[in-house]
Design a protein around this ligand. Structure first.
Ligand SMILES: NC(=O)c1ccc[n+]([C@@H]2O[C@H](COP(=O)([O-])OP(=O)(O)OC[C@H]3O[C@@H](n4cnc5c(N)ncnc54)[C@H](OP(=O)(O)O)[C@@H]3O)[C@@H](O)[C@H]2O)c1
Length: 345
């Protein structure tokens, strides 16, 4: 099979398209023919060396957490899948079967995200434990379905589970045009919230409005803290969903109402934030973290997609051979929604 290998970290040109062995199906596993792989910022961080050390990796390495594919082979002990089923593998799961029932799955000591320390989806075939694969209930084309797993899972976990967003809430989503942000806007809307969201440039305003955002804040011209207060009669918003971090996270705490919840799930502008503990506990505000999610979070999210309440946001699909061009767009913040790779194009 063909795979996009990296032999070390570096700029988007580091990928090499090479032949490698197709993995063999192991007990409890299925072999998936990958029809499309999704690209996430996580892979940009890994490729760029922001996240891991080269000495902790095994090269050549295949990046990629997200895929949409078709079952190509099934182990003899697997009964819930058959060849030809359209499936989506979970982006991350506990690799030790004795951890399989730990909830949240991310709390399991053996939890791993695909494509970080194990080979990922920028290739033509992958194996996955049948326990961590879902049948795709949507009729979406593979390149659209492949953009969903990580961002959808993260959005459901952050908004519904950790943020406890409910009907009538006012929610502030940071960077509504980003891969995760565009999903957070839609999931918060599906949960019945009024959504305020930020963009940094006017050309992204129409895109985030089309996702259902009620108020788009162009941070080049407006202050999101002022708007959050104005839109809530001075009270502050119920929930902030923040994938940016740094000072933006600190100001997000200020945008909350007393007792409100801020969920942190990313660190695009900084992994550290400084805030005043006294102000935090005097107002009973809560800071929560969200990472990935459980199988049922993905299933709930895919049902929302099937109901038409949440849409995949494919910006562009590239043949696997153009993986470097795709990563360049991520590095330059030129993506609205998500990108996909087509391993058979
Ligand atoms: N916890 C989890 O399970 C999980 C899952 C997925 C992703 N993440 C994390 O979530 C974060 C976002 O990922 P993503 O895939 O959504 O990334 P993305 O699609 O590449 O979007 C990043 C966004 O960051 C914004 N941005 C960049 N520099 C900025 C700055 N200086 N000030 C304000 N905004 C800035 C950009 O907003 P504009 O659109 O305005 O340019 C851009 O759209 C990353 O840290 C990622 O690792 C976490």
């Amino acid at each position: 099979m063909k795979a996009a290998h990296i032999y070390g970290f570096g700029d988007p040109s580091v990928f090499k398209i090479e032949e490698t062995n197709t993995p063999e199906v192991a007990p409890g596993h299925v072999l998936i023919k990958i029809m499309a792989a999704g690209i996430n910022r996580l892979e940009h961080y890994i490729r760029n060396g922001d996240f891991l050390k080269e000495e902790d990796m095994k090269f050549p390495h295949i990046l990629g957490a997200d895929a949409s594919g078709i079952i190509d082979a099934v182990a003899a002990d697997v009964s819930n899948f058959k060849v030809g089923d359209k499936v989506i593998p979970m982006t991350g799961y506990p690799v030790d079967p004795s951890d399989y029932d730990i909830s949240p799955a991310t709390a399991a000591p053996s939890f791993q995200v695909r494509g970080v320390h194990s080979n990922g989806t920028y290739t033509q075939y992958m194996i996955a434990p049948a326990r961590w694969v879902v049948k795709d209930p949507t009729d979406l084309p593979h390149e659209q379905a492949a953009t969903l797993p990580m961002v959808l899972l993260t959005a459901v976990r952050a908004a519904k589970v950790m943020g406890e967003v409910k009907d009538g809430d006012v929610v502030l989503v940071q960077a509504g045009a980003s891969g995760t942000g565009s999903m957070m806007v839609q999931v918060a809307k599906a949960l019945g919230a009024r959504v305020l969201t930020t963009v940094r440039s006017p050309e992204k305003i129409d895109f985030v409005k089309s996702l259902g955002a009620t108020r788009v804040i162009d941070t080049g011209k407006e202050d999101f803290l002022d708007i959050a207060r104005k839109e809530t009669g001075g009270k502050g918003v119920d929930v902030v969903l923040d994938g940016l971090g740094g000072d933006i996270f600190t100001r997000g705490i200020a945008a909350l109402r007393s007792g409100g919840i801020i969920v942190t799930y990313g660190f695009v502008t900084g992994a550290e934030a400084k805030f005043n503990l006294i102000e935090l506990f005097f107002t009973s505000k809560q800071i929560r973290g969200a990472i990935a999610g459980n199988l049922e979070d993905l299933t709930w999210g895919l049902d929302q997609v099937k109901l038409g309440r949440v849409k995949p946001l494919l910006h562009k699909a590239f043949p696997l051979s153009q993986v470097s061009e795709a990563h360049r767009l991520v590095a330059e913040n030129k993506v609205q929604g998500n990108l996909a790779l087509l391993p058979w194009a």
